[in-house]
Every structure is written in C-alpha cells, then in structure tokens.
Design a protein around this ligand. Structure first.
Ligand SMILES: Nc1nc2c(ncn2[C@@H]2O[C@H](COP(=O)(O)OP(=O)(O)OP(=O)(O)O)[C@@H](O)[C@H]2O)c(=O)[nH]1
Length: 533
C-alpha cells in the first residue's frame, strides 16, 4: 500500500490543519468571551448604578413627601392647640388623634416655651413634666421654627428623631411646640420605608443625616454611628443625586446610587458591591462556554476528519513520487485526488513521470546509438544480443572491418573516411532483414547479428556483403574492401562473450590471410561455399 511509507518525521498537513483550526477556534472563542465579558460587565455595572440611583431617588422623593406630610400634620395640630393652649384636654385630644390617626409617629408631645413637656401620647410614655434639654429636642425653643432633629436618645431611652412645629397664640406669641418622635428602630412608616428592603442580591441601603450620622443601615447596630466621609457622602450632603463607583470604608469596590432629601438634609445611598454584581457574569460566561463546548468539539472532530481527507491524496502522491521506482503509473492514477489542487498535482506527477520516463528512454537509446551511422553502438549491441540469447533463438554473428581504412583517412581526409563509414552502414542496412541487428562497434568496425541464421547462411550473407562493398564505388576513394569473420551461437560457444571473440578471431584471420575475405569459426558441419572473386 502506498500509505504505509514513512516519509518524514515533520508535522503533517492533517495535524497542521487541525492545529490551525484549533488555534482559530480557541482565539475566536476566547475573543468572543472576552468581548462578551467586557460588554456584559459594562452593562451590569451601568444597570446596577442606574437601578441604585433610581431606587435612592425614589426613596428620597417618598421620604421628602412623608416628612412634608408630617410637617403638615403637625402644623394642623399646632394650630388646633394654639387656639386654647392652656386646655389640657384639648392638647391631649389633639395628641391622641394625631398619634392614632396614622402610623407616622411613635410618640407626640406638647412642650411649652420653657421646655417643659405639658402633654404626651401615648400615655405610657410618661414624660409629662420633663424638661427637654439641648440635644434632646430643645432646639425648637431657640429657633421657634419647624425643626427636624438629629438622632438622639429620648428620655425614654429610644433612639429617635423628632419633627417639631411651633405653636403660636392668635396674637403671634410663641407658646411652645408640638413634636412628633419617630423611633429609628421602632414600628413606623419611615422605618418601614427606609429600614425594610427586599434585596437578595447583596445590595443594601443606608441613610445619613446632615452630620453624616447613620439614620438607617442594613446593619441596625450601625445606626447612630457617624460614617467616614467619602465622595458619595460629600455629593449627597451637598444636595446632589447621581451614581458613583468607589471603594467603601472596608476597601471594597461598590456601585452607589445616591439622592438627597432636601427637607431634612438627609442623604440616601443604595449600593451593591462590584464583586456581587459581576459574580453573576462569571456564571453567565461559564454557561456560554458549557453551551458552546459540544458544538466546538463536534467542529474540531469534523475538521480533523476533513483535514485527513485533504491530506490523504497529497500524502499518497508524495509516497508515490518517492517510491516511483516501485510503483506503477496506475498506482498514482488510482489515488482519489478528490479536490482541484490534488487532482492537478496528480496529473502533473503522472505527466511529469511520463516525461521523465520518455526522456530516460530516449537518453538510453542515444547512449546505445552511434551518432555517425545511427546504428547501435557496442553498448546497444550487447543489450540486444543478451535479449536474443535470453529468447533462446540461435543466431550467427558477423564481425566486419574496413581494410586499410587509415589510408583512406590519410589520403582523402577524415570527412571522406566518415562518408565511407556511413556508406558501408547503408549497404549493410539495405541487405538486412528486419530482425537483423547491425552495429558499429568501433571506428571502422561493425557487427551483424542474424537471428535464426546458421553458420552456412551467415557465411553466404557475409560474402554477399563483402562483394557488394567491393563492387561499390565510394567517391572519391572508388574501391573499398572489407574483411569479415563469422561465428554462431550456440555452435561456436555457449557464452556470448566467447561467440564475439570467435567472430573477432575469424576476422583477425581474414585480415592476416590477405584481407577482402570472410573467415568462419571452425566448427563441425560448416561447409564453405566457393569464394566469389
Ligand atoms: N574518418 C574516420 N576515421 C576513423 C573513425 N574512427 C576511427 N578512424 C580511423 O580508422 C583508422 C583505423 O586504422 P587501423 O586500426 O590502423 O586500421 P586499418 O588502417 O583499417 O588497417 P587494417 O584494419 O589492418 O586493414 C584510424 O586511422 C582511425 O583514426 C571515424 O569515425 N571516422
């Protein structure tokens, strides 16, 4: 089989195609994953920032509305109480209504202009007669204006903020104020609004007052703490809303959306850690890889299959060319070169091989030919005789030499000598059969092989040729003679070289016994016909 040859240890085309495809797939998959990662990351970050911003802004808006509503409610009650400030029942009834009507407040009190608590709701509060001090909600005594306090510990021990509204007499005199307290860790609307969130994605929210003190935080133990200043706090304290990616106090990168509550000067910050945001992306990418993996593997297998199909004819052609001495043209032609380039390569190899074969054959023939006479030379002669001998057909051999040829050359020149040689060759060819082999074995020496011709017949042929030459006119030499020696295979010798020697020996004898004659290897059964003159 052609395919069993080991041509080289270099990487082969099949592996090259596979590696190329594998490399391209890995690069394109990696590239698309990277691009997806970049785009998705940017989308997720922007989406998170935006949703945090929207959430913070919405809460800020609702908180603003809530505080405005609280102020409006307090204003109404302050007006009611102001109509008869000294009436304990009026104060109590109004506080009762205010406290029960909504879930906005945990407690409400009426404080006179000296800071003394005159009435309170609920009754369990038990702060009547208590005098408020600085830091515990006494600020309205000084400002005599609507006031939203910082978080502080109430006399009852709760962390609260209070919203107060001044109470004035009909003549405009300051009587005191009504204050509603909102427990930062109690059950009220504000607490539900700002303290309860239903995130389950790592997001959280906190609210700071104008002094960076935490009013609400996902970790309730943090409430009341003052947080370190950062860019988001700076912005929101300045009354701005927006988004920002930054590192928090724990040095974790977070995506923040923030909005200010103008009425109270609070800031609401919704944020989520960047890691939590992007963790979703990692699993998305893993899913992309998992879902594309089967197709990728199938593609690679197909490429491997196709690669070996592409490489196979080229491999077979390469093996065929390498082992051209052992494989016939039909082996190469049988290769299934199923695509354009391989088919063309196959055709090129076939025609190239044919051309090389033909050239070698021609070259071989040239090597076996005498250029002057176009007869076979000694090499050609030996090849032909060997062939005759192999076929087992007996043959006779005539060795022939021009007499005194040197004189012709010397007298008439080399060209005339050549002409004589050619003319004698033509005379030999004229009288020859198709199967006879005529060779020029040396300068003015020839050999004739006569298949299926016995020694007697060969002698006659030699004599006839001698006489033809003798009677031929070679211009300008005129007469030329030849001497001949005849032998027979297998009668003269069984070895071919010996038969040639026997013919040469007979020729030698003819030369030394007068020339212009034919001598025969002496063997049994030969009868010399009378010599012609
Ligand atoms: N013109 C020509 N002369 C050749 C060629 N080949 C050999 N010769 C000449 O043939 C001559 C042969 O001379 P010799 O070997 O002495 O033989 P001869 O003169 O024929 O003498 P005998 O054979 O003894 O009769 C030489 O002078 C060679 O130079 C050839 O191709 N052309």
């Amino acid at each position: 089989m052609l395919g069993s040859f080991n041509l080289t240890k270099q990487i082969d085309l099949k592996r090259l195609i596979f590696l190329l495809a594998f490399f391209s797939m890995v690069v394109s998959l990696g590239n698309s994953l990277y691009a997806t990662f970049k785009v998705q990351k940017s989308l997720l970050i922007n989406d998170t920032l935006e949703s945090n911003r929207v959430y913070a802004a919405k809460l800020a808006e609702i908180t603003e509305l809530f505080l405005q509503s609280v102020i409006t409610q307090l204003q109404f009650s302050a007006q009611q109480i102001g109509t008869n400030f000294s009436s304990a029942s009026l104060r109590q009834n109004e506080l009762y209504r205010l406290h029960r009507q909504t879930s906005s407040f945990n407690s409400v009190v009426v404080v006179d202009s000296t800071g003394k608590v005159l009435s309170s709701e609920p009754s369990t509060l038990n702060v009547k007669g208590f005098v408020v001090k600085e830091g515990q909600g006494a600020m309205p005594l000084t400002t005599q204006e609507v006031y939203i306090s910082k978080p502080f510990i109430s006399p009852a021990g709760n962390l609260i903020i209070s919203v107060s509204y001044p109470i004035t007499a009909s003549d405009g005199g300051y009587l005191g104020f009504i204050a509603a307290s909102i427990y930062l860790q109690g059950d009220n609307i504000l607490n539900r609004l700002l303290g309860e969130h239903h995130y389950n994605d790592g997001s959280y929210l906190y609210v700071v007052d104008q002094n960076r003190q935490l009013i609400y935080h996902v970790d309730s133990s943090q409430v009341g703490n003052t947080i370190a200043s950062n860019a988001v706090i700076e912005h929101v304290m300045s009354g701005y809303s927006g988004v920002m990616a930054l590192r928090n106090s724990e040095n974790r990168e977070v995506l923040s959306g923030y909005a200010a509550v103008p009425v109270s000067g609070w800031g609401i910050v919704a944020q989520r850690s960047t890691d939590a945001t992007l963790s979703q992306l990692n699993s998305t990418l893993l899913n992309v890889v998992k879902s594309t993996l089967p197709i990728t593997v199938i593609m690679l297998m197909l490429i491997l299959l196709l690669g070996s199909k592409i490489a196979k004819p080229l491999w077979q052609l390469a093996v065929g060319v390498k082992a051209m001495d052992r494989y016939a043209k039909s082996d190469v032609q049988a290769i299934n070169a199923w695509y354009f380039e391989a088919e063309h390569l196959k055709q090129a190899i076939v025609s190239g091989t044919e051309l090389v074969g033909k050239t070698i054959q021609e070259y071989d023939l040239d090597r076996q030919k005498d250029p002057l006479t176009q007869l076979l030379n000694r090499r050609g002669m030996l090849a032909k005789i060997e062939h005759c001998k192999d076929s087992g057909v007996p043959f006779s051999m005539i060795a022939l030499d021009i007499d005194h040829f040197k004189r012709i050359n010397d007298h008439f020149g080399h060209d005339v000598g050549d002409h004589v040689i050619r003319s004698i060759a033509e005379l030999m060819l004229i009288g020859a059969r198709e199967e006879d082999i005529i060779c020029r074995t040396g300068g003015e020496e020839f050999s004739i092989f006569l298949p299926d011709v016995n020694l007697n017949q060969a002698y006659s042929i030699a004599e006839r040729l001698r006489l033809q030459v003798h009677h031929h006119t070679f211009m300008p030499v005129e007469q030329v003679n030849i001497s001949l020696g005849v032998a027979h295979w297998p009668s003269s010798a069984s070895e071919l070289s010996q038969v040639i020697k026997q013919a040469d020996k007979a020729l030698y004898k003819a030369k030394h016994t007068g020339r212009n004659k034919t001598e025969v290897d002496d063997i049994d059964g030969f009868s010399r016909t009378p010599k012609a003159s």
